[in-house]
Design a protein around this ligand. Structure first.
Ligand code: 5GP
Length: 188
């Protein structure tokens, strides 16, 4: 069987199990529920990587909630690195002016994508804007971003699973693991 046909075999170390992720998502949901204390909240998430986290997190938040989805792609870069030049493929579907907004991200690496998004969303005049990320790779940060809710700090390794892809694969894994470097070096 070729490597890319066996999703599990392509992953070396499992960094976060399904249970780890479930427990952390519940904890973040409780904190967010307490911090906003009954105020309506708009969750804005960025496709496609944040989809599982968004779906799980929203069900752990006990507030009057609205959700919206954006999709962005970065120009240039490589399959495992972002360039920081961001193009909006799908914009918000409703105004966030005057709303409390929580941006829900899968992972912050260099921070360039998020930096762009934060500026973009601030320009839409929300009442407040906070950031929640499941994963944070602080070792590679190029821009300083205030993260309000952080799930896990992870080392500087390329990870897949629970929404995160390599060449659009592995998003459906229930855990987060380190992709074996052979997989992307073989792909060229
Ligand atoms: P940044 O702009 O912070 O460098 O990168 C953010 C985006 O790069 C993430 O939303 C994600 O799409 C991608 N990314 C960064 N690190 C990883 C990683 O370890 N694995 C995967 N699959 N994507 C990553």
């Amino acid at each position: 069987m070729s490597r890319t046909a066996d999703l599990h075999a392509d992953v070396g170390e499992v960094l976060l199990t399904e249970d780890d992720i479930r427990a952390k998502t519940a904890e973040l949901g409780r904190r967010i529920t307490a911090d906003y204390a009954g105020r309506p909240l708009t969750l804005v998430s960025v496709l496609k990587g944040s989809l599982p986290f968004m779906a799980d997190l929203m069900r752990q938040i006990d507030l009057p909630l609205r959700i919206d989805l954006m999709e962005v792609s970065s120009y240039g870069g490589t399959a495992t690195e972002t360039s920081g030049l961001v193009r909006i493929i799908k914009d918000l579907s409703a105004s966030i002016s005057g709303e409390d907004v929580l941006l829900v991200e899968d992972i912050i690496d260099t921070g360039l994508t998020l930096n762009y998004l934060v500026r973009y969303l601030r320009g839409k005049n929300p009442a407040s804007l906070r950031i929640c990320t499941l994963l944070d790779k602080p070792a590679r940060r190029l821009v300083d971003i205030p993260v309000d809710y952080r799930g896990f700090e992870i080392p500087d390794q390329f990870v897949v699973g629970y929404g995160l892809d390599y060449s659009e694969r592995y998003r459906n894994l229930r855990f987060v693991g380190v992709l074996r470097p052979e997989v992307y070096s073989e792909a060229g």
